[in-house]
Design a protein around this ligand. Structure first.
Ligand code: NAD
Ligand code: UGA
Length: 458
C-alpha cells in the first residue's frame, strides 16, 4: 500500500506511543513509525504486553500495528523516509551543573535535533510534542539551519495535554489541540499540514493556533494552573483538620460556582506524576532567568505546599500512632501516582514510603499495576519492604493501612475481613478520601481522612 505521508515519532514513551497509535488509528492513509533508542521498549511495543498500562490502548495498538503503525529502532531510516517528525523524547529536570534541580535537561532533545540534521536528505516538518522550555523552537531551528544539503525545516509546537489513566479518551476527544507556528509562508503551510492530520477526528473549532512561543508557554502554564488547584485545595485540608470543617463539603460548595468549576478539587496526600513538578520548576527557573523573582516565588509556592502536604501526612500518622512507628507494619494501598496507571514517577507514595522507613516502620506495598515500578523506585533502600498483589494478604498482620492511590478496587474491599486480620488498634489513613470513613469506624478502625475530623475510638 502507498501511504499519503510518512510520519515519524522519536520517543516511544507515555506520550509518543499513545499519541501515534491514535493518529494511526484515525488516519489509515498515513504511515506512522515510532522509534526509540531503547530497544527493549520497542520490543515491548511490538509484543502482546505493551510497556505502559493505559485503558483502551491495547485495542488501538493491536488494530493498527504492522498495518500503518510501526515500532522500530531504525532511527536513520525513519528520519530519511519521514515528511513529518514528532519529537516526544523525555525532558527531565537537570541533575547537574547550572540550573540543577530546576531547569529542563535538554540533552535528549538536542541529540534528537542533531540526529535529524545528520540523517535528513529532504525538507521536513518538525513537531515539538515534548514539553519544552519557552523558546526551545528557536534553538531547534538554529541547529537545523546548519543543514548543508539544501533541506529546510519548519518547527511547530504542538504540546500534548493528555493525562495518564485517561490518555486514550483525552486523545480521542481532546478539549483542544494547540498548534504554534511561525507566520512565514512555509510556517503557515506546515501548520496547515498538521491541522489536516488532526481534522480527521478533532472538530475544527477545537484545533487552535497561536504563535510558537505562546504555544510552548501555554503547556507550562496549563500544568502550573492544574497543580496549583490541587495545592490550593490541599492547603485547606490542614485548616479543616484544625477547625472541624470538612474539605469535601468545602470543595463542593466552591466548585458549584461556575467561575471556579468542580474539577481538580479532590484533596489528596499530594500530587505526583512525571510532569507537574518538573514543569513548574522549569517555569520558575525561566522566571528567575528573566528577573521575574515575584512570579517565580509565587509558582514555587505551589511545589512547596505539595511537599508540606506529603510531610504532613507522615506526621499525622506518627502522631496518631502514639508517636512511634518503629517496628510497626504499614500497608500502602497503591503506589501509582494516580489511579488507572502503572506509572510511579514522582508518586507521593515514594516520598511517604521513604519517610516511613526512616521512622523504622516495615512496609507492605500492594498495587494492581505498579508493583514492578515500586520495586525499582525503592531498590537499595535500607528497610523491610514486601510487595504483595492481593490487598487482603498485604494488609494481614499490619498495624495500619495508608491509601496512596485512588484505585476503585479499594473502595469495594471487605473491610470487616481486613479488620479481623490486622493488629489492634487498627488504623486507616485515607490519603485519597475514597473510603466510607464512618463505616470503617463502625467496623472498629481508627480512621484518618484528609481534611476532615478523624474518627477514633480513644
Ligand atoms: P518517557 O520517558 O515515557 O518517554 C520518552 C522516550 O524517549 C523514552 O522511551 C526514551 O528512551 C526516548 N528517547 C530519549 N532520547 C531519545 C533519542 N535521542 N532518540 C530516540 N528516543 C529517545 O516520557 P513521556 O512521559 O512520554 O514524556 C515525553 C515528553 O512529553 C516530556 O517532555 C513530557 O513532559 C511530555 N508530556 C508527558 C505527558 C505524560 O502524561 N507522561 C503528558 C504530556 C506531555
Ligand atoms: C497532567 C495534566 O493533567 C495533563 O493535562 C498533562 O498533559 C500532563 O500532566 C503532563 O504534562 O504530563 P497527569 O500528571 O497524567 O496529567 O495526571 P493528573 O490527572 O493531572 O494528576 C496529577 C496528580 O494530581 C496525580 O497525582 C493526581 O492524583 C493528583 N490530583 C489530581 C489530585 O490530588 N487531586 C485532583 O483533584 C486531581
Amino acid at each position: 500500500m502507498t501511504f499519503k505521508k510518512n510520519i515519524l515519532c522519536i520517543g516511544a514513551g507515555y506520550v509518543g506511543g499513545p499519541t501515534m497509535a491514535m493518529i494511526a488509528y484515525k488516519c489509515p492513509q498515513y504511515k506512522v513509525t515510532v522509534v526509540d533508542i531503547n530497544p527493549s521498549r520497542i520490543a515491548e511495543w511490538n509484543s502482546d504486553d505493551l510497556p505502559i498500562y493505559e485503558p483502551g490502548l491495547d485495542k488501538i495498538v493491536k488494530s493498527t500495528r504492522d498495518k500503518n503503525l510501526f515500532f522500530t529502532t531504525e532511527m536513520e531510516r525513519g528520519i530519511k523516509e519521514a515528511e513529518i517528525i514528532f519529537v516526544s523524547v523525555n525532558t527531565p529536570v537537570k541533575t547537574f551543573g547550572a540550573g540543577a534541580g530546576m531547569a529542563a535537561d535538554l540533552q535528549y532533545w538536542e541529540k534528537t535535533a542533531r540526529q535529524i540534521l545528520k540523517c535528513s536528505e529532504s525538507s521536513k516538518i518538525i513537531v515539538e510534542k515534548s514539553t519544552f522550555p519557552v523558546r526551545t523552537a528557536f534553538a531547534m531551528e538554529r541547529i537545523l539551519s546548519l543543514s548543508e544539503n539544501n533541506t529546510h525545516f519548519d518547527v511547530l509546537s504542538n504540546p500534548e495535554f493528555l493525562a495518564e489513566g485517561t490518555a486514550i479518551k483525552d486523545l480521542e476527544y481532546p478539549d483542544r489541540v494547540l498548534i504554534g507556528s511561525r507566520e512565514t509562508p512555509s510556517g503557515v503551510r506546515a501548520k496547515d499540514e498538521l491541522i489536516e492530520i488532526y481534522s480527521h477526528w478533532v472538530p475544527k473549532d477545537r484545533i487552535i493556533t497561536s504563535n510558537i512561543w505562546s504555544s510552548e508557554l501555554s503547556k507550562l502554564v496549563a500544568n502550573a494552573f492544574l497543580a496549583q488547584r490541587v495545592s490550593s485545595i490541599n492547603s485547606f485540608t490542614a485548616f479543616c483538620e484544625k477547625t472541624e470543617a470538612n474539605i469535601t463539603e468545602v470543595a463542593r460548595a466552591i466548585g458549584m460556582d461556575s467561575r471556579l468549576g468542580n474539577k481538580f478539587l479532590n484533596s489528596s496526600v499530594g500530587w505526583g506524576g512525571s510532569c507537574f513538578k518538573k514543569d513548574i520548576l522549569n517555569l520558575v527557573y525561566l522566571c528567575r532567568h528573566y528577573g521575574l523573582e515575584e512570579v517565580a516565588d509565587y509558582w514555587e509556592g505551589v511545589v512547596r505546599i505539595n511537599e508540606y502536604q506529603m510531610e504532613r501526612f507522615v506526621l499525622n500518622m506518627l502522631n496518631a500512632m502514639f508517636n512511634t512507628l518503629a517496628g510497626k507494619k504499614i500497608c500502602l494501598f497503591g503506589f501509582a501516582f494516580k489511579g488507572n496507571t502503572g506509572d510511579t514517577r514522582e508518586s507521593p507514595a515514594i516520598f511517604i514510603a521513604k519517610k516511613l522507613i526512616e521512622e523504622k516502620a516495615e512496609l507492605v506495598i500492594t498495587d494492581p499495576e505498579a508493583l514492578n515500578n515500586a520495586k525499582i523506585d525503592l531498590n537499595g533502600i535500607d528497610g523491610k519492604i514486601m510487595y504483595i498483589d492481593d490487598p487482603y494478604e498485604a494488609s494481614g498482620g499490619c498495624d495500619a493501612i495508608a491509601v496512596m492511590t485512588e484505585w476503585d478496587i479499594y473502595i469495594s474491599l471487605d473491610f470487616e475481613k481486613i479488620y479481623r486480620s490486622m493488629v489492634k488498634p487498627a488504623f486507616i489513613f485515607d490519603g485519597r478520601n475514597i473510603l466510607d470513613h464512618k463505616r470503617l469506624f463502625d467496623i472498629g478502625f481508627n480512621v484518618f481522612p484528609i481534611g476532615k475530623t478523624p474518627f477514633t475510638h480513644f
